[in-house]
Design a protein around this ligand. Structure first.
Ligand SMILES: Nc1ncnc2c1ncn2[C@@H]1O[C@H](COP(=O)(O)OP(=O)(O)OP(=O)(O)O)[C@@H](O)[C@H]1O
Length: 561
């Protein structure tokens, strides 16, 4: 009996002390949990990387995965540094807290205990990482300040980078960071970029205007046009310019259905771009990306591969429409949807409120080809900081166009420099030889890539490239020599469609083509008319802004001379 009483007293004492200890711990410690599905997890990792004490850790998890942003760029040499620079690889090396270990570090006079845990996600596979941060402090002021500092540390690693998030089940996960794409690197018909950027800028400044009028504060852009005309590139340039993160909504994601889509769209942050690529392919059973629309055959057409719609989404059209403008749809978000088959989209999807502005991306015009040539070869600020390419430059006189008049070798820097005036003249010739609205900008870019260091050769060989790649756009003259089929100079107009603001580059029909021969550049130059006219008579954007400024956004780009 005595023994039992002693046992009860000891147990009661043990429980009491444990309770007191927990109360004490709770009153002097603050526990916070950061889960990897939330951006704050990345912020904390970036913060930890910046701590001097982090360099003295004895146990870390080393990762070279590109995920996240809190990495030290290291040039790692495979094979212990004996290999030539071509075998070197630039990898992002990251030191994560090792799983299950607790680290102590000081932050503003306060002791932090940081523990990272990892557990399987179950049915969906993969691991879930969680960061537990325990702070020896009574109020949560230090925690707030820690999170603010962590975010700052993270943002400082994002200079000139934009972050891309992908959906993982019904939450968002940081996927990668990309360098921003300069706006001037997107070459479109005159006025298209200005109008689009002005509209986005107006929208981002007009929250109060929307709220006062009870209009849902969100905006949708539909980019449509042939493959390789710059839709995705434009979206990247836009995101970089306005410092918006990109959230990629993949309707073909495993398990995606109406409710998951709804949850994902509700979980978007307020200022971001939600991207839905090739929206036609998911919502409608439209078959192949058709060649009639684009004027180009797809590789699968050529190989006789069946182009059955590969969609496996369980999202219904009404589910998509509700997600885009239902109650749960996040305020302040910008939706960018891209499609190659504009006509296949349901009018309900395209109506203002869902897709407020429709931007058509056409196959390259002569002017665009000329602009791309200029952009490609005229040196930009920062070219000198390119990757180490001294070997390439030293080899140039042997392998490259040694007799090229435009290629100068800077003896000191071993950098090839092109004379801007010569390039401009070559660009005019190049532009005149590219058939109007027949080649995608991607294919023109691909061609120029093969003459990266030789603009003269790019002009010289363009006809044989067209003969090879786009024979349909060349016809033979009476002597059998190939000639270029050229449309008469076209008027380009920006018009408004009834389904929403429509930025549209209308070119003359190709039925008004003129045949120009023979093939010499000089003759071609004499034969063609002046550069394409541009008429911009578009109505003002439908969003009324607080500030009535007409900014030329494109001219703001700093990287172009
Ligand atoms: N208008 C353009 N200006 C500059 N570069 C362009 C343009 N259009 C395409 N490109 C280049 O072509 C490549 C492909 O472009 P992008 O992916 O943006 O085309 P897309 O219209 O989105 O194609 P798809 O419909 O097949 O997805 C990119 O490397 C880009 O640099």
């Amino acid at each position: 009996m005595k023994l039992m009483i002693v046992g009860v007293i000891v147990e009661a004492f043990r429980r009491l002390t444990s309770l007191l200890y927990q109360l004490l711990v709770r009153s002097i410690f603050i526990n916070s949990v950061f889960v990897d599905s939330d951006p704050s997890y990345e912020w904390m990792l970036a913060f930890l990387q910046n701590q001097p004490s982090w360099n003295t850790l004895r146990s870390v998890e080393v990762s070279t995965s590109a995920q996240g942003s809190n990495f030290t760029d290291l040039l790692m040499s495979e094979g212990g540094g004996h290999l030539s620079k071509y075998k070197k690889m630039l990898r992002r090396l990251c030191f994560n807290p090792a799983v299950g270990q607790t680290y102590n570090l000081w932050y503003k006079g306060c002791l932090l205990f940081v523990t990272r845990q990892q557990e399987p996600r179950g049915f969906w596979g993969g691991d879930k990482s969680t960061l537990y941060v325990k702070m020896l402090t009574s109020g949560n002021v230090t925690l707030t300040s820690l999170i603010a500092d962590a975010k700052e540390a993270y943002v400082s690693t994002q200079d000139h980078r934009l972050c891309i998030f992908v959906s993982e089940r019904d939450s968002w996960k940081h996927s990668s960071c990309r360098s921003m794409r300069p706006v001037c690197s997107i070459i479109l018909d005159n006025g298209v970029k200005d109008r689009l950027f002005k509209d986005v800028s107006d929208f981002l400044k007009s929250k109060a205007w929307y709220t006062r009028r009870g209009i849902p504060y969100r905006r949708g852009y539909l980019f449509h046009g042939a493959p390789g005309t710059g839709k995705t590139s434009m979206m990247h340039a836009m995101a970089g310019h306005f410092e918006l993160d990109i959230y990629v909504i993949s309707l073909s994601q495993m398990g995606m259905d109406d409710s998951m889509l709804n949850r994902l769209i509700s979980a978007l942050p307020e200022r971001c771009i939600a991207l839905m690529e090739d929206i036609d392919a998911f919502t409608f059973d439209i078959g192949p990306r058709n060649a009639v629309d684009t004027g180009l055959s797809t590789p699968s057409d050529q190989q006789g591969v069946s182009n059955e719609n590969p969609t496996n989404t369980h999202v219904t059209l009404s589910g998509l429409l509700n997600a885009l403008d239902g109650i749960g749809s996040q305020e302040g978000r910008i939706l960018v949807a891209t499609t190659n088959v504009y006509t296949a989209l349901d009018p309900a999807l395209c109506r203002p409120g869902r897709m407020d502005m429709h931007v058509e991306f056409k196959l390259g015009s002569k002017q665009q080809a000329q602009d791309m040539f200029n952009h490609f070869y005229i040196p930009k600020d920062g070219d000198a900081e390119d990757d180490d390419d001294s070997d390439r430059n030293i080899a140039l006189p042997k392998e490259g166009p040694a007799n090229s008049k435009t290629l100068l070798i800077d003896e000191k820097e071993f950098k090839p420099l092109f004379d801007a005036d010569v390039i401009r003249k070559l660009a005019v010739q190049f532009g005149e030889m590219i058939p109007d609205r027949k080649c995608s900008m991607a294919s023109i870019q691909g061609y120029l890539m093969t003459y990266k260091e030789s603009p003269e050769d790019a002009v010289r060989n363009v006809i044989s490239w067209l003969q090879r790649e786009h024979p349909a756009f060349l016809i033979s003259n009476e002597r059998g020599a190939p000639s270029i089929l050229m449309p008469a100079p076209a008027a380009v107009a920006i018009s408004a469609s009834k389904t929403g603001d429509h930025v549209d580059a209308e070119a003359s029909p190709t039925s008004s083509c003129t045949v120009v021969s023979p093939l010499s550049i000089e003759t071609l130059l004499l034969a063609v008319g002046p550069p394409t006219d541009v008429i911009a008579d578009a109505p003002a954007p439908s969003v009324v802004t607080n500030e009535a400024e007409d900014v030329k956004y494109v001219s703001k780009c700093e990287c172009c001379p």
